[in-house]
Write a protein that binds this ligand. Sequence first.
Ligand SMILES: [Zn+2]
Length: 84
Amino acid sequence: MPGMLIVVVAVVFMLELIFAWLPAILGRLGGCHALPDMPYSTEEAHSVMQWLIDCDMATCAAKHAAFWTLVDAKRVTPVAGAVR
Ligand SMILES: [Zn+2]
């Protein structure tokens, strides 16, 4: 049954690649959504936050910028200890 073992190892490797390594690599490269050329207005930041609802703020520069724009506008209060 060595063939079966090879298939299982290959499937586990592919799942690890797709769900763990690739997002980590893309995040490091700034791969989600890039920073805007100009700072967001408060209304733009609202729209961006809704548009990028599925993005992770840790890896999405656009969502990160939109969130902190709303914090500066006092529309959102970050959790205690949030780091810009
Ligand atoms: Zn994003």
